[in-house]
Design a protein around this ligand. Sequence first.
Ligand SMILES: [Ca+2]
Ligand SMILES: [Ca+2]
Ligand SMILES: [Ca+2]
Length: 406
Amino acid sequence: MTRQRPIGWATVAVFLTAALLLGGSWLACAEAPRLGSLAGSTPNVDDVSGVDRVVIAVKDNAVGQVLNDMEGAAGTTATVVARVSGGVVVEFGDCVGPVEFDAAVVAAVLSDDVEFAERDEWREPVLAPNDLLYSSMWSLDSIDGANPAEGIGVESAWGVTTGSSDVTIAVIDTGILPHPDITARLSPGADLVSSPSISQDGDGRDGDNTDEGDACGGEPSTWHGLHVSGTIGAATDNGIGIAGIDQRAHELAVRALGTCGGWVSDIADAIRWAVGLPVPGVATNPAPAKVLNLSLGGSGSCSAIEQSAIDAAVGAGAVVVAAAGNNAVDLDSAPFSPVSCNNVIAVAAATRFGDRADYSNFGSIVDISAPGGLKLTSKDEEIISLSNAGTTTPDRSGAGWTYSYK
Ligand SMILES: [Ca+2]
Ligand SMILES: [Ca+2]
Ligand SMILES: [Ca+2]
């Protein structure tokens, strides 16, 4: 077996989550609210966005005739509900189907007094969270607009979706520690580290995913699982700390790495466990994940046990995301796994300026890049996320709680 080490962050898991959630359905015509029916209520977005409206650039003295023409085409009344610059907004008295709607728009456009007529489209606000350290999170978005290459454009993505509580994202890593910016997001995880020689908790697999540390060779523990979990899903808009990319999904911390790293055999079972498949030594996961993040790896080709587990996870309906690794090598000639396995989305690291990070692996198997920072310069170039000194209570810091750059 090959030992696997955690890797500085690289996760696009949430974008995948977002993509899986797109394509929301329009209301059936009969369900769409009619004129005035929402007054005094507190509707949700589907209620208000389901109304068919036409915005028409029309001369004032032609409005009456245009409405008559539209009513004839739509087979129902057409009423001006708003006056806007250059024209009016019209709603229909009864539910109209797509054929009638289009016919009414055409009827309006046929008038010499109409410049254009079109569906009044729906838009939603792009959210800017209030988390204190958000302005330091260049990895999420261009902070001052001066460098559009930085960040993943998360505010635009949040305009499409902020995630879904129906989705669970598994972070297969060193485990997790308490932190007020994430604890509420977590589903119960598990500890798949089978070897007491690296588990640091005195035994093999168990249901307690506490990160017992991965200190190695005189280097302190990385608490990497907490860092990665925070990047994906730290509580957003809660007034403290950082913002996570996903604001709604559940997170599942699956411990597979201990002292200095972990075994592929444990990682493979962590993959299986995360998606709800039975594995020895721990109870089956009752909350299967749809996205698996593996910011870990080691040199060498994909092993059979890794590939088998990944294929099983994909077969169970999950998406598997793996870091390209930080050895600055061409993966086409120097494989690194699990990113070199089939059926994974391979993520390389980019700098704040959109370039390949000098430490990132590269090659034709890389599917996408994500912010990883440029570690040789300054903290301003690195990724800020959650940290904890390794105790059951996080240390306080000037910003409120402990956060770290990696
Ligand atoms: Ca244990
Ligand atoms: Ca444990
Ligand atoms: Ca926060």
